[in-house]
Design a binder for this molecule. Structure first.
Ligand SMILES: Cc1cc2nc3c(=O)[nH]c(=O)nc-3n(C[C@H](O)[C@H](O)[C@H](O)COP(=O)(O)OP(=O)(O)OC[C@H]3O[C@@H](n4cnc5c(N)ncnc54)[C@H](O)[C@@H]3O)c2cc1C
Length: 485
């Protein structure tokens, strides 16, 4: 008889795990609390507009290729990928912006224009970042975080110093221009910590950015979720939505069943792909591995205030991806990490996928996604959301030189309370636990429970960390552990 496995949640990590386990002969059932799959990568469709509710930067295309190749498939079997050209634009003030193009040569030229001699330094920096990327992808991120020895390879020993310095120091060693420094510090923000708390080795994210480029699946990131869903279903995975798991039941230190919507379902094998903290609260306290104070001491990635906005006209001076770094970068990061509070002057990010992908908005309209990173756990009210919408829209109008407020057909917001309500997210974090030195690899929450047989975890709070590519890898790692245990 086929071995059965129950998976909690349908985010990227759970979906990936379901595919690997189904392929290796398990009968897999996914239980998702929401009415749609995809977790933080869900989609919002409204009045002809389509929004990705969470991730929008498709980076590290090689990781997606490797995932599908494990099933003898290619991304193009499920969605059409396009390299964005330009990749993104960074606004620093009125009529002050830098556009990051789609090739290294063009990016070197943009740097040189800003700071004489910087292109040569950038080339060196990117060569180093590329070598780190190769080591990270080939040697490190596909390891399950079981032992510290996983980090010790002939290649990493040569780079040991880079684990004890940080990106912020490194970038400042080579570059003086403030704008270039901010551009080079931006990619590691995806890892959830301040650049000054992120080891230099993670400069591999700069190679992902400049070297590998920014891609867009036509129709949006949700096309990737739909592709993996299609693959999972073809492998025999059953997906049940509107199915919140409210308890993981244990007898004699082994999983015996889960309760779904109050109904008990027998199972000896569970993969929890919901936020780790929440998943452990589904257990009686004696079976939890990590205490409340453990979670409280961890550096979490930011939460976000998000707006999904429909405009009834095409907008000027915007790209697909836009970063608004026209205010004090360090002041905002302090408000996220050091002294958590709503920022005085927020940095923000906006994407308009309809600039390059006409399917995501009605004709002659634009869809706008606005994101302000925030400390998790802040008080979240309708008034605060409105206040910040007004602040960023005014700045957006000024920096892009146009009036847009009167052209808003609708807007929806999503913030800390929604992250908690919709995803059972710890303190409303948006993308999990940060990758600081002390929260890397074997120092992250474990994929396999040390207290309950048959219980495993996956997702952005485990190894290797936050982001869509790491979540896909996490699904692969947990299925590997299950098969070898
Ligand atoms: C605003 C935002 C922007 C981002 N931008 C990017 C980006 O541009 N590029 C990138 O690579 N990454 C980005 N990320 C990060 C990326 O989206 C995540 O790392 C990834 O989607 C996490 O996947 P996951 O499977 O770990 O978790 P999730 O997607 O959170 O999946 C967990 C699932 O478990 C479900 N669940 C919770 N509790 C229960 C329960 N009791 N019973 C049943 N189901 C339950 C939830 O509903 C959810 O569907 C972004 C994230 C956010 C929020």
């Amino acid at each position: 008889m086929k071995k059965e496995v129950s998976i909690i949640g349908s985010g990227f990590a759970s979906l990936a795990a379901s595919c690997y386990l189904a392929k290796s002969g398990y009968k897999v059932t996914i239980y998702e609390k929401n009415d749609r799959i995809g977790g933080r990568a869900r989609q919002l469709q409204k009045e002809g507009f389509t929004f990705d509710m969470g991730p929008s930067w498709y980076w590290m295309p090689d990781v997606f290729e490797r995932f599908f190749a494990d099933f003898d498939k290619k991304p193009s079997d499920y969605y059409k990928l396009e390299k964005l050209s330009p990749a993104y634009k960074v606004f620093f003030g009125n009529n002050e912006s830098i556009t990051i193009e789609d090739t290294l040569e063009k990016i070197y030229a943009a740097f040189e224009k800003e700071e004489h001699g910087s292109s040569i330094k950038l080339k060196k920096f990117i060569d180093q970042a590329q070598s780190n990327y190769k080591i990270a992808i080939e040697d490190l991120v596909y390891r399950p975080g079981v032992s510290p020895l996983e980090l010790v390879t002939p290649e990493t020993i040569k780079k040991i110093g880079q684990f004890f310095s940080n990106i912020s120091k490194d970038v400042r060693k080579h570059f003086n221009n403030k704008k270039l420094i901010q551009i080079l510090e931006f990619p590691v923000l995806f890892l959830g910590a301040k650049p000054s708390d992120t080891p230099s080795f993670y400069s591999f994210m700069n190679y992902a950015d400049f070297g590998l480029g920014t891609w867009h699946p036509q129709g949006g990131m949700y096309k990737v979720i739909e592709g993996i869903e299609k693959l999972a279903v073809s492998l025999g995975v059953e997906i049940r939505t509107n199915s919140p798991v409210d308890k993981i039941n244990v007898i004699d230190k082994s999983v015996t069943s889960i309760s779904v919507n109050g109904k008990e379902i027998a199972t000896n094998l569970v993969v929890a792909g919901a936020d780790y903290h929440h998943s452990e609260t589904l257990l009686e306290p004696e079976f939890r591995q990590y205490s409340e104070s453990y979670w409280d001491k961890k550096t979490f990635a930011p939460s976000s205030l998000l707006f999904y906005v429909g405009f009834d006209k095409k907008l000027n001076n915007i790209n697909h991806h836009n970063l608004f770094f026209d205010v004090d970068f360090e002041a905002h990061t302090r408000d996220i990490y050091d002294d958590p509070k709503w920022p005085e002057e927020p940095l923000f990010y906006a994407n308009f996928t309809s600039v390059t992908d006409e399917n995501t908005a009605p004709e002659n309209c634009e869809n706008g996604f606005f994101l302000i990173p925030l400390a998790p756990g802040l008080k979240d009210t309708a008034e605060l959301r409105e206040k910040y919408f007004s602040i960023i829209l005014k700045r957006f109008e000024r920096l892009t030189n146009q009036n847009v407020i009167k052209n808003i057909i609708f807007k929806e917001s999503f913030c800390i309370n929604d992250f908690i309500e919709d995803y059972n997210s710890y303190k409303g974090n948006a993308y999990g636990m940060a990758n600081t030195l002390l929260q890397t690899a074997f120092l992250r929450p474990k994929l396999k429970s040390s207290k309950v047989d048959g219980l495993f975890f996956t997702g952005q709070l485990t190894v290797p960390g936050p982001g869509v590519p790491p979540s896909l890898i996490s699904g692969k790692l947990v299925s590997g552990l299950i098969q070898s245990s």
